[in-house]
Write a protein that binds this ligand. Structure first.
Ligand SMILES: C[S@@+](CC[C@H](N)C(=O)[O-])C[C@H]1O[C@@H](n2cnc3c(N)ncnc32)[C@H](O)[C@@H]1O
Length: 265
């Protein structure tokens, strides 16, 4: 009552305060929430079986020798591997131990490792390395992107293939867009809203969760720090990592696909 502040001022203040709050208070993406509710959020949105079938078809079309071994970097909860493990000897790698724990339960015939894609070291080499649904975006900057792709190159067998679904390109950033995802069953009610900001070469995703479970509602915030670059930067990074014939497939591979880089060793 008695409020005379024009609406636009209040909106501007809220935005400034929120931005500060975002940077100061938000937990990083290791808060556990991302892994805990990952499948509830994404299994309704994505058809992993269809995506895995397309990946398999692309591999069979482009391979120079029969591919037998496959590494999924940033494998999350193992949904792609679940549908690839009858065709390939699969290994999944992720930095988040909770993701790996879920993936192991889901895909008992695959091997799993916890590691950072920028500097992981495995004894084996692979015929194919995939990294899907923008896991690579988490490397945050161009230097790390090159290091990560060099690492992929090192872990590929002769004539092996790398397939990388990138994070959104910087040119496609939509200011003021707000994402909303909901999930509901008899045990859990979940709403997640997200905003994004680009600051320099970093792309921040601020996620706000309302989680209703066991008669209580919890509010959790989380920030994901992503890479803000464009298509040609990925191509440059593949080339400096030693790959050849880097292609970018943009046509509708699957719903919501962010395109797919494919490069050969
Ligand atoms: C958006 S999820 C994608 C997961 C899975 N590929 C999918 O399609 O559902 C991104 C994944 O990348 C993992 N990740 C983030 N940074 C990583 C890093 N530096 N090394 C390895 N994994 C990483 C996260 O833990 C998360 O599981």
């Amino acid at each position: 009552m008695g409020e005379t502040t024009p609406l636009y001022v209040r909106v501007r203040k809220t935005r400034i305060i929120n931005l500060k709050a975002n940077f100061c208070l938000m937990k990083d993406d290791d808060s556990g929430i991302f892994a805990k509710y990952y499948d509830q959020i994404y299994l309704n949105m994505k058809d992993y079986q269809k995506e895995a079938t397309i990946i398999k078809d692309v591999i069979r079309q482009l391979e120079k020798k029969e591919s037998k071994t496959l590494l999924d970097v940033g494998c999350g909860t193992g949904e792609h591997l679940k549908h690839l493990s009858s065709d390939f000897q699969c290994t999944g790698m992720d930095i988040n131990r909770n993701m790996i724990k879920t993936a192991k339960d889901k895909v008992p015939n695959a091997k799993f490792k916890i590691g950072n894609m920028i500097d992981f070291r495995l004894k084996e080499k692979f015929d194919v390395i995939i990294s899907l649904f923008s896991s690579i975006g988490y490397v945050q900057n161009f230097k790390n992107l090159v290091k990560t792709l060099e690492n992929f190159h090192k872990h590929l067998d002769h004539k092996g293939l790398a397939m990388v679904e990138p994070w959104l390109f910087k040119k496609d950033f939509r200011k003021d867009s707000i994402g909303l995802t909901t999930f509901e069953d008899e045990r859990l009610k979940l709403a997640r809203m997200g905003t994004t900001e680009i600051v320099g070469s970093k792309w921040f995703i601020f996620l706000h969760y309302l989680i209703g479970e066991g008669g209580k509602i919890e509010y959790v915030r989380e920030v994901h720090r992503m890479l803000a670059v464009d298509n040609q930067d990925y191509i440059k990074a593949f080339e400096s990592a030693g790959f050849r014939d880097t292609k970018f497939l943009r046509e509708n591979l699957w719903d919501g696909c962010r395109g797919l880089f494919i490069a050969a060793k």
